[in-house]
Design a protein around this ligand. Structure first.
Ligand SMILES: [Zn+2]
Length: 172
């Protein structure tokens, strides 16, 4: 699989905000925002590339390129890492991924690089959304904490997850 074709196929978008000087982040710590608005379940997952790949610069070897392609594919197919309650009848919508360091032709820019994934679902019975099953700690063993913010019909709350947590309660 050609690296360039893989990236284009995965809708890897240029992100002006992320292409600017990379901000400092804590390795091992990811953030997750979950919003329920009407029938739409929106998920934003942002993590240091180090925590997902083990490196934070454009891939240099074939093995690194393969790892990057696999990472993007895994996140692009959001239902492999984020599973809403079956009763809520949620259908995945197109995912967008931003990871400037993994774009074809990218040059190393600073010491840090992030990946941002926006994943959404259209839910037939959003009132049945009670939890979200997460495969993040199982997929990424460098992750040590996920800071979560949830905004739903009942208001807003926060949570902090540590391995091996795999269930996020969406209700207060
Ligand atoms: Zn970093």
């Amino acid at each position: 699989m050609a690296w360039r074709a893989a990236c284009i196929g995965l809708l890897l978008l240029a992100a002006p905000g992320l292409q600017a000087a990379p901000k400092a982040h804590d390795h091992g710590v990811a953030s997750l925002s979950v919003a329920i608005d009407g029938r739409t379940l929106s998920i934003e997952f942002e993590a240091p590339l180090d925590s997902l790949l083990g490196f934070e610069r454009p891939p240099r070897t074939d093995a690194e390129r393969r790892s990057a392609v696999m990472l993007l594919a895994l996140l692009h197919d959001g239902v492999r890492l984020f599973v809403p309650d079956a009763d809520a009848r949620c259908l995945p919508q197109p995912t967008t991924l931003q990871a400037p360091a993994l774009q074809p032709g990218a040059h190393a820019a600073g010491d840090h690089a992030d990946l941002l994934a926006r994943i959404s679902f259209h839910c037939g019975r959003p009132q049945a959304l009670r939890s979200l099953k997460l495969g993040l700690f199982q997929a990424f063993d460098r992750l040590q904490r996920i800071d979560v913010q949830i905004v739903g019909p009942q208001g807003q709350h926060k949570a902090s997850l540590r391995p091996p947590a795999s269930m996020l309660n969406l209700q207060r």
